[in-house]
Ligand binder design. Structure first.
Ligand code: ADP
Ligand code: MG
Length: 192
């Protein structure tokens, strides 16, 4: 499915620029993108990763499922993105993310808010261990991690709550609002 074909993408110039700047650093970043459902988070990240010409990318949409369902889904994305690795647990997922980021990959975890579910919450501590390892030598780590999520309360609980394993770990935040109609560049809109 070609979701964000170039001809169908409008606006978001400021957001794309911010993303390009982060990607251009070529050193460790942990970016949180949040905004309500259907606001354009997934479309934006797909556009940004294509536009940046970054070949080492892994995009995973986390399903609303149990650990086995998440593992199965991740293995499907690994195959889609041409990676030979396969995982059998959430711990292996966290470690693989760390390994890929160290090798220069940009890894995007979409619908990250599902990790707030009790049955998946262990992953947050597993990911914290990897994130802290990468952050400790951030200048030598050429890749980064992007987490995208819709439910504001759950994203906040995962990343901004003092007791959360991933508290205070993000390096950048992008809060998506509505498309600005003046920036659409659509002739139909610019005639007045
Ligand atoms: N910048 C954009 N230009 C054109 N269409 C967009 C843009 N952003 C989002 N859309 C469209 O809006 C819908 C919802 O976008 P999506 O990225 O799936 O939202 P989210 O991931 O935040 O739930 C999709 O059909 C998508 O194609
Ligand atoms: Mg989405």
């Amino acid at each position: 499915m070609t979701k964000a074909a170039p001809w169908s993408f409008y606006g978001r110039h400021a957001e794309l620029q911010q993303l390009q700047d982060i990607l251009a650093r070529r050193r460790w970043f942990f970016l949180q993108i949040s905004g309500r459902r259907r606001i354009g988070k997934t479309t934006l990240i797909q556009q940004a990763l294509q536009g940046a010409g970054i070949t080492r990318t892994l995009y995973i949409q986390i399903p609303d499922s149990d650990p086995a369902g998440v593992v199965a889904s991740c293995n499907g994305y690994l195959e889609t993105f041409g990676l030979d690795e396969r995982i059998s647990s959430l711990g292996e997922l966290a470690r693989l993310i760390g390994t890929l980021v160290e090798a220069g990959y940009v890894v995007a975890l979409d619908e990250f808010q599902y990790f707030h579910r009790r049955q998946l919450f262990d992953f947050c501590s597993l990911l914290q261990a990897e994130v802290d390892r990468l952050a400790a030598r951030y200048a030598d780590v050429p890749g980064g991690l992007i987490v995208l999520g819709s439910l504001h309360a759950e994203m906040t609980a995962l990343l901004d709550n003092r007791d959360a394993p991933l508290f205070n770990r993000t390096t950048d935040t992008l809060e998506l609002g509505h498309l600005d109609i003046r920036s659409l560049g659509n002739p139909v809109c610019s005639c007045r």
